[in-house]
Design a protein around this ligand. Structure first.
Ligand SMILES: C[S@@+](CC[C@H](N)C(=O)[O-])C[C@H]1O[C@@H](n2cnc3c(N)ncnc32)[C@H](O)[C@@H]1O
Length: 210
């Protein structure tokens, strides 16, 4: 019997309006949905079995293995290609066993809200842990997008902003596409204080860019 490919579905930053038609089709065809509670709640009309996993590759892999003869869709936030459990799931099962469905990334939305292109942006993840590389590695960039999420993400980004100097503008793009969305320019102190939700992208732009 042919085994179904595992659909790894990018579901956008949170609002149903940002879930693509291709993603909706894959979810409608699935017998089993695997994802966070928040993502699963986006699709109340689906009759698929639901398995809650909290951003853990191992838990997602176990859930897929347990239903390998069914049509399984693993739901991920934003796009599967950016700081997602998709990487670990594909590494486990192999790309030939997976079908990646792109989604709208929080990074895309953040830059769109600022009216900036992001061709030259460096994406840094401080989602699970603060980055381990030196600030000097980023000194030549003109735009930096930091996926926050870890407790120290704001402090780390504030340290980066201090290192880069005053010619940079700093923004917090919080709860994008959700009712509570808020995109604002901030100071280094604001970043350090971390008064923004875990669901935020921190954007640093060399001021000539704006
Ligand atoms: C595990 S990463 C996933 C990124 C995702 N693959 C993407 O393309 O947006 C989670 C991080 O994405 C960002 N994020 C996800 N949803 C967001 C939203 N609605 N608004 C702002 N940032 C968001 C936050 O930085 C969060 O810590």
């Amino acid at each position: 019997m042919a085994v179904n490919k595992i659909a790894i579905v990018g579901c956008g930053p949170g609002a149903l309006a940002c879930v693509t038609g291709e993603a909706r089709d894959a979810i409608a065809r699935a017998d089993v949905l695997v994802g966070t509670e928040h993502l699963l709640k986006l699709f109340p009309e689906s009759h698929a079995a639901r398995i809650v996993v909290h951003g853990s590759v191992d838990a997602a892999v176990r859930a897929v293995i347990a239903h390998r003869d069914a049509a399984v869709a693993v739901l991920v936030t934003g796009d599967p290609g950016i700081a997602s459990i998709a990487r670990g799931v594909v590494a486990h099962f192999g790309p030939e066993s997976c079908r990646l469905i792109p989604g709208i990334s929080s990074i895309q939305v953040a830059f769109a809200r600022l009216g900036l292109d992001w061709m030259d942006a460096r994406i840094v993840s401080a989602h699970n842990a603060t980055p381990s590389f030196d600030y000097s590695d980023l000194a030549r960039e003109s735009k930096i997008a930091v996926l926050s999420g870890s407790a120290n993400a704001g402090a780390w980004a504030a340290g980066l902003a201090d290192y880069l100097g005053t010619r940079w503008r700093l923004y917090v793009a919080q709860d994008l596409t959700l009712e509570s969305e808020c995109v604002r320019e901030v100071s280094v102190t604001d970043l350090r204080d971390g008064g923004f939700s875990a669901r935020s992208v921190l954007i640093l732009v060399r001021s000539e860019q704006k």
